[in-house]
Design a protein. Structure first.
Length: 295
């Protein structure tokens, strides 16, 4: 199976110029902040997921690729390689997720990682796919007024519609963890609902958007998912101390971890970033095959 990672470096001056030209104003959102932890995601993949065939790194432009990435080992995918030019540039991860199945050479089975998700312990291939079906946990949520719940219901409703199912007062929401997917089924629902998907696209997040849940929900309702929770721990930097997060990284009790960024002052960001990197460096100190050795 393959791994797909979406990545953005909000410090890239070329990317910032694109953002200011299209959106207006400076890109200050937590969604675009780079914690310099991508190398530890790649080291974790090599060490704990040795069955991965290929890693695809999805970025907006060449200037987004860290200089230490070995491009012979990592397949760099530019937005223009998978998204129609008329919809670029984009700064909307939900929109980018609609096109991941178009990556050239992508394996039928793939794991989709945001860049804040990390493998922390060895796992076997059948943790993510059982009898050819993706394995991931789901739980039901009731309709609500928050922007996030609206996004959940948008994706859920379109998945149901594509399968000829009725609308419902509840939706299923997948775990917030790396997502195991089947390329053919992603392409199948995209083809069925292409007009609606294309009409929903916006350069920044909007209440009209669908996200990756569309594909997972489609597989779930179609009977093509094993609804089994993945071993995962979720931390929010708003609710958890860096000591607690660092303690988990150095002594993990689950196989995966997501460390969710939040709005914070630049001063706090600069104070806790070295502690986060230090914890990862303590458990993943060796360069991976995905890193370019300057020597």
């Amino acid at each position: 199976m393959d791994v797909v990672i979406t990545y953005v470096d909000g410090n890239d001056p070329f990317w910032k110029a694109d953002y200011e030209r299209v959106v207006g104003g400076e890109a200050l959102s937590k969604r675009f902040r780079d914690w310099d932890t991508l190398r530890y995601l790649l080291r974790g993949i090599e060490k704990f997921l040795p069955f991965v065939r290929k890693v695809h790194l999805v970025v907006a432009r060449e200037s987004q690729v860290p200089e230490w990435i070995d491009k012979d080992a990592v397949h760099v995918v530019l937005h223009r390689d998978i998204i129609p030019e008329a919809y670029l540039p984009t700064f909307n991860s939900s929109m980018i997720e609609m096109f991941l199945h178009r990556i050239e050479g992508l394996d039928e089975r793939f794991l989709y990682f945001n860049d804040d998700m990390f493998p922390m312990r060895p796992v076997s291939e059948d943790v993510f796919f059982k009898d050819g079906k993706p394995a991931i946990g789901f739980h039901k949520v009731m309709i609500g007024a928050s922007a996030y719940k609206k996004l959940v219901f948008m994706s859920d409703s379109l998945a149901r519609e594509a399968l000829g199912m009725r609308k419902c007062l509840f939706a299923v929401r997948p775990q917030h963890v790396c997502s195991p997917m089947l390329r053919s089924l992603c392409e199948e629902i995209f083809t069925k609902e292409e007009d609606k998907i294309m009409a929903s696209l916006t350069p920044i997040r909007d209440k009209r958007n669908y996200n990756q849940y569309l594909f997972l929900d489609y597989m779930y309702y179609g009977g093509n998912v094993v609804p089994r929770p993945l071993s995962n721990k979720h931390f929010s930097l708003a609710a958890s101390s860096m000591g607690r997060i660092a303690g988990f990284i150095t002594h993990p009790t689950e196989s995966m971890v997501c460390i969710n960024d939040v709005s914070m002052s630049e001063r706090r960001f600069q104070s806790i970033k070295p502690r986060l990197i230090g914890a990862f460096e303590a458990v993943l100190p060796e360069e991976s095959k995905y890193e370019r050795n300057p020597n």
